[in-house]
Design a protein around this ligand. Sequence first.
Ligand SMILES: Nc1ncnc2c1ncn2[C@@H]1O[C@H](COP(=O)(O)OP(=O)(O)OP(=O)(O)O)[C@@H](O)[C@H]1O
Ligand SMILES: [Mg+2]
Length: 297
Amino acid sequence: MARKIAFINYKGGVGKTSLIVNTAACLARLGLRVLLCDFDTQSNASIWLLKLERWNPINATGEGAVFSIFEPGRARVKDLILHNVVADKAGGCPLPGLDLLPTSFNLVDLESEYAGAPRRPAYLIFQEQLAEVEADYDFVLFDCPPNILRASQCGIFTANEIYVPSNPDALSLIGFTLLVEKLGRFHQLSASFRRTAMGPASQIYGIIFNAIKTGVDIEVPKMRMQLRLNQFKTAKRAAKEAKIFETFVRDAMVVRRAVALGLPVNLLGQEAAGDNVVRDYERLAEELVNSAPPPSA
Ligand SMILES: Nc1ncnc2c1ncn2[C@@H]1O[C@H](COP(=O)(O)OP(=O)(O)OP(=O)(O)O)[C@@H](O)[C@H]1O
Ligand SMILES: [Mg+2]
């Protein structure tokens, strides 16, 4: 069964998208089948992996974007998935096994204009449709915006595991705390829609530190984060296995470059050769693979 994982923090700009895209790419490199679902209206992950020339037509019409499963509601997730999404200049796929469910800017309409039916919340519609394809994957990853509004809820409801990207600062800690609060409330509200086959409601399993500058000591922010995590574990608001990942991702210019080039950093070749940040993402992917919750969870 696919592991379904959301990356989210209530703090913006901590590196959710760059971590999820690069980790997804490393998982695919390990030979795993990965579906990345973009639930951020900003469409950063979609633009990154499709480059503007392939993403612009989707954004212009909304056709092919995830919002079309809600409005007009005729499309289905299985038909929207872009298989082997990364393309090289010759049109080949240098990274087989990485698929994308793309979004466009119209996803913002899910938050306001979309009414839907009260007994059919958007997250349930999405979860049911994802269930049709999840057996095709080892990992289904959800990139979420820094909130738990409707788009995020699709990821949070469908996922079983949550990982919290953080920077070593007080704002990330506040973002984490707020996330736990809002998550509890959302799980209460959505509990009546959960079925056994969906697996357990998503829980926090890990904190991932990102963009650590050379020479910066993160022991104190790490300790503060660990204390907060321990409180949540004691209160059963985070999984008992939850941990701060041993791997942290260093700050590196090439991460910003990768977006402009439309490739994950592990495909940058010469540009990233010798840059240890590639190794960070590889180790992160390995740590994620090795941190699978016990089957009973
Ligand atoms: N390890 C890193 N080294 C250098 N720059 C990074 C690193 N990680 C992320 N960045 C840069 O920081 C910025 C924010 O990263 P990213 O978009 O991944 O954050 P986010 O949490 O997804 O943001 P949002 O909340 O807006 O969705 C981007 O410009 C990204 O390229
Ligand atoms: Mg993002």
